[in-house]
Design a protein around this ligand. Structure first.
Ligand code: GLU
Length: 449
């Protein structure tokens, strides 16, 4: 059976680093299995969902290089939820309830006060036909709950957490439909997972108890349709926390826009998030296939994964050093060619940083005041400059070493300063040919004055 995974964001905001991680892991899981990675837009909440967020989610996935093999939208599938709901109703698995939010809140408080778990007491199941009729006559529409089957324990082998067991009696019958007819998350997600043929549900561990409920919804739907049950495999990854060890507000809003602003490459986020929280080392792996091949849920730990910006910067720098000219050409300063990229690349933390070093080549460069002794040395250098040889920089420094007896810093630094206006920077052997003979000589002559 083809592996099918899905990433199911609600378009009520932009993707944050936790969502990105879940999307990436689903993508890696599908790609490794040669399967399909689906995007499912969970937009049943018409009030909070926004089209601009849908567009943003697609753009972020594209920027991250997480190509999708198909997209579904829950708002376009309402008839499917209606049909499933009717099936469950016909099978006695949904029931109408009338409690207000305040009443439910009060019930919970009373239960907690008595040291009981705050589980829905199923009071609505005791309503008589006359009660229902009276409520309907008052114009009070019900909301609907899915009736959990208390007879059997719910269990699954979780891809990250191992064997899981739930006593259904310890869970509230979930509300699946609001009084206005709109859908909550629980039923549409199960219906979609069945109809999209999802084989692997991989999501955050905040969904563990949802999985227990959804397994019963799956089972009820399969039974109602007299179909052989195909439950997906479930895996719940540990949450992502800040480096201080807490769920962090900042991580909840940290997304692709701020990564882009900081000059973070998509490959860096991908390399970091692919391995963070697993027993595999985080490495600056720019080659996507390497990450695909090494992806293994079995290496995922159960402890929260710690996200540290310093790790991201470190991985990013190492990734920038590997980027090919073709991959970055459109983001480089005008006129900067492949040789210059290769010369400058090892000095960069971000691609954007190329601008600063490229201005060394294009000039004008600001020269320091040189002491008289160095000025004489630089005049000698201007005269000795020879671009007819293969490697003008080494020819120059060798000639000057022989002629002046200078070595080390005294030999190199005044030259670098005169040629670039900086104390540090790209390898001069690579940079000098890019600066070119004429400009180099002019700078040396000027520095010598
Ligand atoms: N829309 C849900 C969420 O963002 C999807 C959860 C799931 O993967 O089923 O939490």
């Amino acid at each position: 059976m083809t592996t099918i995974t899905r990433f199911a964001p609600s378009p009520t905001g932009t993707l944050h680093v936790g969502n990105i991680r879940t999307a990436l892991h689903n993508w890696l899981l599908a790609r490794k299995a040669g399967g399909r990675f689906m995007l499912r837009i969970d937009d049943t909440d018409a009030e909070r969902s926004r089209e601009e967020y849908v567009t943003g989610i697609r753009a972020d996935l594209a920027w991250l290089g997480l190509d999708v093999d198909g997209e579904e939208r829950q708002s376009a599938r309402l008839a499917h939820y209606e049909a499933a709901f009717e099936l469950l109703r016909a099978n006695g698995r949904v029931y109408p309830c009338y409690e207000t939010a305040q009443e439910l809140d009060l019930k919970r408080k009373v239960q907690l006060g008595r040291g009981l778990p705050p589980i829905y007491d199923r009071a609505a199941l005791s309503l008589t036909d006359a009660d229902h009729a009276a409520l309907a006559a008052q114009g009070i529409a019900p909301h609907w709950r899915f009736k959990l089957d208390h007879a059997e324990a719910i269990g699954w082998e979780d891809g990250v957490r191992g064997p899981q067991k739930f006593d259904p009696a310890s869970l509230s019958d979930p509300v699946i439909r609001r009084a206005d007819g709109s859908w909550l998350y629980m039923l549409p997600s199960a219906v979609d997972d069945i109809e999209m043929g999802v084989t692997d549900v991989l999501r955050g561990e905040d969904h563990v108890s949802n999985t227990a409920v959804q397994i019963q919804i799956f089972t009820a739907l399969y039974a109602a349709q007299h179909k052989v049950q195909h439950l997906p495999r479930f895996a719940h990854e540990a949450l992502l926390i800040g480096k201080e060890g807490k769920l962090s507000k900042r991580l909840g809003s940290l997304g692709c826009d701020s990564f882009k602003e900081r000059g973070i490459e998509p490959e860096a986020i991908v390399a970091l998030l692919a391995r963070l929280g697993t027993s595999q080392p985080v490495e600056p792996i720019a080659e996507r296939q390497t990450l695909v091949n090494s992806f293994d849920l079995g290496t995922f730990g159960r402890a929260p994964a710690k996200f540290d910006d310093a790790d991201l910067d470190r991985v990013n720098t190492a990734i920038v050093h590997q980027l090919d000219f073709a991959a970055v050409a459109h983001r480089l300063p005008e006129g900067m060619g492949e040789e210059a990229w290769h010369a400058i690349r090892p000095n960069l933390e971000t691609v954007r940083g190329a601008q600063e070093y490229w201005s060394i080549v294009t000039g004008p460069v600001e020269l320091p005041e040189f002491p008289a002794e160095d000025r004489a040395y630089l005049a000698q250098a201007a005269a000795a400059l020879d671009f007819t040889v293969d490697d003008p920089w080494h020819a120059l420094t060798n000639a000057l070493k022989d002629a002046t007896g200078r070595k080390g810093k005294a030999l190199f630094l005044p030259l670098r300063q005169a040629l670039t206006g900086m104390d540090h920077g790209p390898d001069m052997g690579e940079l000098l040919p890019i600066i070119g003979e004429e400009v180099a000589r002019r700078r040396l002559v000027r520095a010598a004055q």
